[in-house]
Design a protein around this ligand. Sequence first.
Ligand SMILES: N[C@H](CCC[C@H](N)C(=O)O)C(=O)O
Length: 279
Amino acid sequence: MIFHRYHGLGNDYLVCHHSVAALLSNEQIQRLCDRHYGIGSDGLLIDHDDADISSLRIINPDGSEAEKSGNGLRIYARYLFDIGRVKHEPFLVNTPGGQVRCEVTEGAHQVIVDMGQAKFSPAALPATVEGNEALALPLLAGGHNLSATLVSMGNPHCVIRVDKLDLEQVKQLGSEIETLAIFPKRTNVQFAQVLDRNNITIGIWERGAGYTLASGSSSCAAASAMRKLGLVDENVTVHMPGGKLAISFSGDFQVNMRGPVQKIATITLDNDCFWDMTT
Ligand SMILES: N[C@H](CCC[C@H](N)C(=O)O)C(=O)O
């Protein structure tokens, strides 16, 4: 079985064709993502190329399925370019969280994705919170009183604004916030510090993946939350431990994301990887 390994700012994914994924149980996909017993990855991207418009499925390392992934979409766009299915023209990709428009720019190391509209209705995440918006939702986690802005990019996000980003706090509180009862499908979590009207820095705890070095949908969600709060302009650079993404807004919170993708390797998996597994 062939897997293609890419990363976007250190948020790494394995990519495979759906005919390969069909041979794997959910437990075997989790094993693939394990950094000691498998290849290691922040998730598996499954290429469904049967229709005119390519479709992408995103499986988190815990086996859960995500509606959308920003770095995953940039990686998938570059994968489609590498296998010759697209060139430099813009093209559409279907995801469970909606259809997006991708473009692999010259040199293939920068990919642009129109990530769709940021939605602030708690029901869109979903979150069991009253009202049409939750822009300063009081949350208690780890004994800390936090203020959250809920955003859907197709996948759910809980953005916590902080005066000073502390990545240790992200790692300590992320899991508790991810699994709060108000998030029936759990949530991605970002702690965001506004640096100025065109720059923010975030720490990320991903649903189903934990602490990651970068996240495209998290960048879109955090920038959208800060814009909704009136704290940033229409062009925002989102700084993360793994690097930075360029986010821009148009219309009613239509979000565009531009950032790098690198190919790491093409890997032939040995079936012995699953030898000790019962499934
Ligand atoms: N763990 C996320 C999916 C991947 C998000 C992140 N890797 C990105 O680049 O957007 C979720 O369950 O919604």
